[in-house]
Design a binder for this molecule. Sequence first.
Ligand code: PLP
Length: 401
Amino acid sequence: MTDSRQAIGTRAVHAGEAIDDQSALTQARALEPPLVLSSAYNLGTAEQAAAAFRGENELYIYGRWRNPSVEALERKLADLESAEAAVATASGMAAVTGALLSSLRAGDHVVAPWSCYGETSRLLREHLPKFGIETTFVDGSQVEAYAAALQANTRLLYAETPSNPVLKICDLEGLAVLAHRQGAQLVCDNTFATPIHQRPIELGADIVLHSMTKALGGHGDAIGGVICGTRSRVHEASELVVKGFGGVLAPFNAFLIARGVRTLSLRQRAASASALELAHWLGRHPAVSHVHYPGLESHPGHPVAARQMEGFGALLSFELRSGLEAGKRVLESVELIEHAVSLGDVRSLITHPASTTASTMPADTRRRADISDGLLRLSVGIEAIEDLRQDLAQALSSCER
Ligand SMILES: Cc1ncc(COP(=O)(O)O)c(C=O)c1O
């Protein structure tokens, strides 16, 4: 509340913004949910504040704990992933870390695929052992390989399907049965598929996580992550990664990502149709020795992918006959397609994993993850297919030089 006797500097801070003046924000019935940027909230009476801290009322207290704009996005993701609840995180890696650390303690064991995002692999190989958590890596496309790696202390099976960057497919139903028989949890990174193409909780997974930086946001302008699961598991993850470690999603990023999610289905279906067509076309190109795309019948994971996915996603990778130097020339020759990391963008993006996203993997780990020096990863955007094909054709002609 201000009055005209207060100094202009005081009124500049408070005028027009009294809590009671803000009722239009909630009563205006705006179609676009209001973006709430506040880092703190009015706590009412001293007793209401104390009750809020005891968890006895629904008052918002502080932006690292709860934010209405972030909560709107969390409800959207929980709905799309058929989960009871979701918690948004500052990045996809905060979601990976939160899902793992809130499920595990010192002395526990994880089974994970060789083929997964480079930083996830590094977290499991380098960081978690410092906290007494060991991982056995296996061929993620073989349920039997996970089964053979189980130990008495295995508490978590980790899946990333399709995997980054070679699109390996894990059999989620098979892994869920295996995990539950062992009393372990199945955690799945669903970033490549998105809930449009695959919903792991419906197939038995306990936790699904995403880098929302990718297709969910879709426009390359916001970093974020999300963990979806039962209310109690999401609460545990939220207490640890958001409240404890501080990996909170900024409300403005929640606003941008929610806006992206509204067109996710249209974007994914368009990009996925183009990816399938380009995968067939690249497979016939003389400069290309192999294409990795689960929509191709020649892909070893195709039968499982066809069973557990609806559409195969916007990512593919391919190997050049002439290796590293030719790969560099292709990256430098694309004109429409951008040479950049990240994926799931409306723009098509191309990258060379061995020297970029997977470069923190030791050479032997890279080999086991099937990341060859001649591998290029293409994230197909929503541009017209003829333009993408033409750009790839002219860029691949550089391999003949
Ligand atoms: C499959 C997958 N999971 C997780 C991440 C990490 O996401 P972020 O970059 O948002 O931390 C990435 C990033 O590329 C990814 O590709």
